[in-house]
Design a protein around this ligand. Structure first.
Ligand code: IMP
Length: 446
């Protein structure tokens, strides 16, 4: 079958954990190249394919089916974690060609310790980070003291950089194992060792992405985290340390955003969040506990219970605008339907007047009220033989989806009703260039 090239991006529109992994894996059948461009091991993407569960933190979720897999320069990478994930992928029978940007930054064990130390200094303003060393690694990147993947090739460069970082952050590191030079040296030895292993995969990945583009290959960019965790446009300071918006792919992978044909925004049918910060539609604990249990809402990376809330339309409207989203994929509708009561937040109000912005500080949030619309629950879904179709879904569920489309003025083209690829309904493939996602002839996963 003739496949015309599609360049698409999949982004999370809420606080992360929207189900991007599932949607990306589902779509990846029609792409040859999967690219990640931001974040690092703080992300946790779960993919259930052919009855097996895969958990990715660094490797793009499209890796199970794409031929070429790219870890872009905008990422921060724990080389030990990456080597482990690469091994798991190989063991699972996947033969994708992985390339890693030489310019991506390296997360060391020292950065992970710094993450925890910085959190303790923040005190009341602590973010609730994933403790994966993300913030400190991006700090070093912008301080121009960072260690890049290409530095793993020289033990001397590694040592020089580790010592510089140590001098800069000595006040935080003095009480840790890294205050001893021999421990820093041992860490460098380990980094150098794993660097040797990763050498064959290091490249100027932006060039390879362009090569693939020129060959007419379809490319899928996968955002990590979500719009409300974006360092600029999220709920600062309760955000991650990178940009999580669609535009970030230009800088985090070196590919012009003008060439992206479609942006698919992923939204959970309700909201969830790990870590601190404002969460306008958060549920009170009794209801939250029920939704959390129904949806197994515990962090993929940290195992922490997630805070949960009703779907927030004003926030989604903002995210859709900021990411220039063409179509939505809505996940977890199977979970939400089992609540006794379902609500959608339709507007934010201050002093009785609707506001058209999302406040970004606790101070600005004070006095803000939410308008809610009640929706009818649709209960537990029975799994029909032969798979789900939209028209056969309970009327209340269809109404919920149509209401979301109406409120946001954007099509919900993909609906997810469970973990596996088979529990997915594609309502309209026009956004995906009329190609059904299962057109790929061979699937490298046995
Ligand atoms: P960091 O990215 O580990 O520094 O964490 C900063 C904030 O972003 C914390 O509230 C984390 O819980 C949150 N966060 C980071 N990555 C993810 C993710 O992939 N899903 C959900 N929350 C995340």
């Amino acid at each position: 079958m003739e496949v015309s090239r599609v360049i698409a991006a999949v982004l999370g529109l809420q606080f992360g954990d929207e189900g991007k992994g599932k949607i990306t894996d589902f779509l990846s059948g029609m792409f040859q190249v999967a690219v990640r461009f931001n974040g690092g091991g703080n992300a946790g993407h779960t993919v259930v394919a052919n009855g097996k569960t895969y958990k990715f933190h660094l490797i793009p979720s499209g890796s199970l089916r794409c031929e070429t897999v790219v870890l872009g320069n905008g990422m921060v990478i724990d080389p030990h974690g990456l080597a482990e994930e690469m091994d798991k992928l190989t063991t699972s029978g996947c033969s994708s060609h992985i390339i890693i940007s030489k310019m991506a930054h390296v997360v060391t064990p020292m950065h992970k310790i710094l993450d925890t130390k910085e959190e303790s200094v923040r005190s009341k303003l602590s973010i609730g980070t994933t403790a994966q060393g993300i913030g400190p690694t991006y700090e070093d990147k912008y301080a121009r003291t960072g260690i890049r993947m290409v530095d793993l090739l020289s033990r001397d460069t590694l040592m020089e950089k580790v010592e510089t970082i140590y001098r800069m952050k000595e006040s935080l590191l003095a009480s840790t194992e890294f205050s001893r030079k021999e421990n820093r040296e041992a860490m460098v030895d380990e980094l150098y060792r794993v660097g040797q292993r990763l050498t064959p995969f290091l490249e100027y990945t932006e060039l390879e992405i362009f090569r693939q583009y020129r060959k007419g290959k379809s490319i899928l960019f996968e955002g990590a985290q979500g719009t409300m965790l974006d360092i600029d446009f999220g709920m600062y300071p309760f955000v991650t340390s990178s940009n999580a918006l669609a535009g970030a792919l230009s800088l985090g992978a070196g590919f012009p955003f003008r060439k992206v044909d479609y942006v698919i925004g992923v939204a959970k049918a309700y909201m969830s969040k790990v870590g601190s910060g404002p969460f306008p539609t958060e549920l009170e604990e009794t209801q939250a506990a029920r939704l959390r249990d129904l949806g197994h809402e515990f962090g993929t990376t940290t195992g922490r219970p997630r805070r949960v809330g009703w779907l927030d339309i004003p926030m989604l409207r903002y995210s859709i605008m900021m990411n220039d989203v063409d179509a939505l994929a809505v996940t977890r509708l199977d979970t939400l339907g089992q609540m006794d009561k379902i609500r959608i937040c339709t507007a934010y109000r201050k002093d009785g007047k609707e506001i058209d912005y999302i406040p970004r500080s606790f101070q600005e949030f004070s006095g803000v009220e939410m308008d809610y619309m009640d929706m009818e629950p649709w209960g537990k879904l029975a799994q029909p033989e032969g798979g789900y179709t939209f028209s056969a879904l309970p009327a209340a569920l269809r109404k919920y989806v149509e209401k979301v489309e109406e409120l946001l003025d954007i099509p919900v083209d993909i609906i997810s009703l469970g973990e596996g690829r088979e529990n997915t309904i594609v309502r309209d493939t026009s956004v995906l260039n009329s190609q059904a996602p299962d057109t790929r002839e061979h699937d490298p996963i046995p």
